[in-house]
Design a protein around this ligand. Structure first.
Ligand code: TPP
Length: 717
């Protein structure tokens, strides 16, 4: 078996040096299972059913299959007394054609790496996905689960949740996120194909998007980026039903979506979304396009509901028993609730089996691959970082810093670290939202990933923070890539909905966010984050790192890379900071979230806690206090989440028992009480910043060693 192109960075020596965490282990087991099957199933391999899939059913059969989706959606929403029947009923024809004739998947292995990806961007139509998973034969999706739609612990939550329901590729519900995730998935596919060859990586990303998805601003960022990158294996099926919650779309929107997508470099056409032949023809054309494709499918929301179809009444509430009965009659669907006539279920299950020979053939190709390359592919897909290589890279950076300490901004320290880290971890794909020179996220050796060369590892996302963050989620979800990128910390607000979803989904996505305080200076309050650290710390399962020097910066990078099941933010400075840790120290001291950076002389009367640029201020304050014979210690807190995750005892050992606790951070107090107590002193910001040279700003806002020392003395009396 030959491979199209070998990536220069592939290397298997560290293949399974594992960073222990359950998700990676689980993925690895899944991969191992696939490989075992590859060996065992060679004799069973049949010719591929792709492209084109199995023969299209005749119209009557198609209608019966689509009506099975409609019936299950009506029944589940009726049973739950809440949910959204309109979209599944309206998009049933599109989904039936897509899943029975085009989509490449195998219910026996929902995580098969070369499956096509399907994203229901309009997550409120979740019953569409659940019905499909059941009809196609995904083992875990049973009628019992459909009956428990929207109930606690079911596999059928209100909106599709990745990692919860096998077969769900991404968590959707916040409109617009799914289509932007899909752009990242399509980027990941092209990139990995360029490294491992089309015989191992060759799949399409399909999206069903609604009016709401396309009205959201994030969709514009995603669509523009996809068009620019010529992601021709991205196909969006627009459920063009002209209805949203408030009523007809014309209340709020008059965009011609076909023209809009064409303007962004897409192929776009309009079809009747209830005509299976037209849907199939459009999908076929899209598969051969040299650009991403939009298929605007004119549909009737709630198709089949006699009085409510075509209106907002069917968007988001149960139809009611009478309407359900009348819809059944209109659709010619005689089966009782939750029952699918055996002949129809059989047809669906057969469609579910289409991909098996293709998967087996793929497994054979993978098994025949050069072992080094195969090992690297498996390692990447399993999300296992090469722990020894990572440790060696970190050690190399630390050694250089011990030999020649650096007084540099932590954004520069990050670049210094990335020079080593990105070599050790070729799965890292960097980027920036048009602030490359400010975020320092591009290393010298990194080629740009663009439409002419998908093997590049740096993405110019343009001024599209939200689209960038959501595309990064898609790359991480795809597997095989660790995305990181950059913007200013103040613009984390522009990324927040996607960061929140990365946290909810437990995805390793790393955000470098520079210019992290008033320390950015003259650009003033519009650019100076004040509440952002607190706001990010409020997101569950997100790690917010704020290193104080170059050594902590590389340690925080290591922790972010090793955290396979959560996103991270690295908040980094624009201004230079002194290196606090001068001797070579192999231990990652940031791993406990906080540690004593400068011990007290004698029993400490004061504990000074600080992060990032304010650590130097705390160290200077310690000196001032020493001059007054006050014994103080300095605790650096590079990651509050890690500190608060420690056991009570471990945390108490770090926090200490000084009479006075003071925290110094050029942000708001919120969150700090958990460390310093409600009687602790906080030196930081209480409102917005100002435009001035940064040293003047620190004086102006009273974040100085003198103020810290004075506050301590005052409290000690
Ligand atoms: C970001 C975001 N804003 C608002 C909502 C609430 N919401 C759910 S569906 C929807 C719009 C429904 O219209 P459409 O997208 O056309 O879906 P359809 O009515 O066709 O099912 C809204 C506003 C949401 N889910 N996400």
């Amino acid at each position: 078996m030959t491979l199209a192109r070998a990536g220069g960075t592939i290397d298997s020596s560290a293949s399974h040096a594992t960073t222990a965490h359950s998700r990676s282990a689980w993925r690895f087991m899944t991969m191992a299972k696939s490989l075992l099957a590859a060996g065992a199933s060679a004799a069973l391999t049949q010719p591929s059913a792709f492209p084109g899939g199995s023969p299209a059913p005749d119209r009557a059969e198609h209608d019966r299959m689509a009506n099975a989706i409609r019936a299950l959606a009506m029944d589940a929403v009726e049973q739950a007394k809440s949910g959204h029947p309109g979209l599944p009923m309206g998009a049933a024809d599109i989904a039936t054609v897509l899943f029975t004739q085009f989509l490449k998947f195998d219910p026996a292995d929902p995580n098969w790496p070369d499956r096509d990806r399907f994203v229901l961007s309009a997550g409120h139509g979740s019953m569409l996905v659940y019905a499909l998973l059941y009809l196609l034969g995904y083992e875990k999706m049973t009628v019992a689960e459909l009956k428990r739609f929207r109930r606690i612990g079911s596999l059928t939550p209100g909106h599709p949740e990745h990692g919860h329901t096998p077969g769900v590729e991404t968590t959707t519900g916040p409109l617009g996120q799914g289509i932007a995730n899909a752009v990242g998935m399509a980027i990941a596919e092209r990139h990995l194909a360029s490294l491992f060859g089309d015989e191992i990586v060759d799949h399409t990303t399909y999206v069903i998007a609604s009016d709401g998805d396309l009205m959201e601003g994030i969709s514009q960022e995603a669509v523009a980026l996809a068009g620019h990158l010529k992601l021709n294996k991205l196909i969006v099926l627009f459920d063009d039903n002209g209805i949203s919650i408030d009523g007809p779309l014309k209340l709020a929107d008059s965009v011609d979506q076909v023209e809009r997508f064409e303007a962004a470099g897409w192929a776009a056409e309009r079809i009747n979304g209830h005509d299976p032949a037209a849907i199939a023809a459009a999908l076929k054309a899209a598969k051969h396009s040299d650009r991403p494709s939009l298929i605007a499918c004119k549909t009737v929301i709630g198709f089949g509901a006699p009085t409510k179809a075509g209106t907002e009444k069917v968007h988001g509430s149960a139809l009611g028993a009478d309407e359900v009965a009348a819809a059944r009659a209109k659709l010619g669907w005689a089966a009782p609730a939750f029952e699918i006539p055996p002949a129809i279920l059989e047809r669906w299950r057969a469609a579910g089996q289409r991909g098996r020979p293709t998967r087996r053939a793929w497994q054979e190709r993978l098994a025949a691959l050069d072992p080094t390359k195969r090992g690297e592919f498996e390692r990447r897909i399993a999300g296992i970082v090469p722990a020894e290589k990572l440790a060696a890279a970190v050690r190399a950076v630390k050694r250089k810093l011990a030999e020649a300490p650096k007084e540099i901004a932590t954004r520069s320290a990050s670049e210094f670290a990335l020079e080593e880290l990105t070599v050790a971890l070729p799965e890292m794909i960097g980027g920036s939202a048009d602030l490359t020179g400010s975020n320092n996220t591009r290393t010298k050796a990194m080629k740009v990933l663009n439409a002419a060369d998908y093997s590049g590892r740096f993405i110019h996302y343009g001024v599209r923070e939200h689209g960038m963050a959501a595309a990064m989620n898609g790359m991480a979800l795809h597997d095989g890539i660790i995305p990181y990128s950059g913007t200013f910390l103040v613009f984390s607000d522009y990324c927040r909905p996607a960061i929140r979803l990365a946290a909810l989904m437990g995805q390793r996505v790393i955000h470098v966010m520079t210019h992290d305080s008033i320390g950015l200076g003259e650009d003033g309050p519009t650019h100076q984050p004040v509440e952002h650290l607190a706001a990010l710390r409020a997101i569950p399962n997100l790690k917010v790192f704020r290193p104080c020097d170059a050594v902590e910066t590389v340690e925080c990078w290591q922790l972010a890379l090793e955290t396979a099941n959560a996103p991270s933010v690295l908040a980094l400075t624009r201004q230079n900071l002194p290196q606090q840790r001068l001797s070579l120290d192999d231990a990652n001291r940031c791993a406990s979230g906080a540690y004593e950076l400068r011990a007290a002389r004698g029993v400490p009367a004061v504990s000074l806690f600080a992060t990032g640029s304010e650590v130097a201020i705390a160290v200077a304050a310690q000196k001032l206090l020493a001059e007054r014979n006050i014994s103080a210690r300095v605790v650096s807190v590079p990651c509050m989440e890690l500190l608060l995750a420690l056991s009570e005892r471990e945390r108490a050992a770090i926090v200490g028992q000084a009479k006075v606790n003071i925290a110094v951070e050029a942000g708001i107090r919120q969150g700090w009480d958990a460390v310093i107590g409600s009687d602790g002193i906080f030196i930081g910001m209480t409102g917005f910043g100002a435009s001035a040279p940064y040293k003047e700003l620190y004086q102006h806002f009273g974040i100085t060693p003198e103020k810290v020392a004075a506050a301590a003395l005052n409290k000690l009396g």
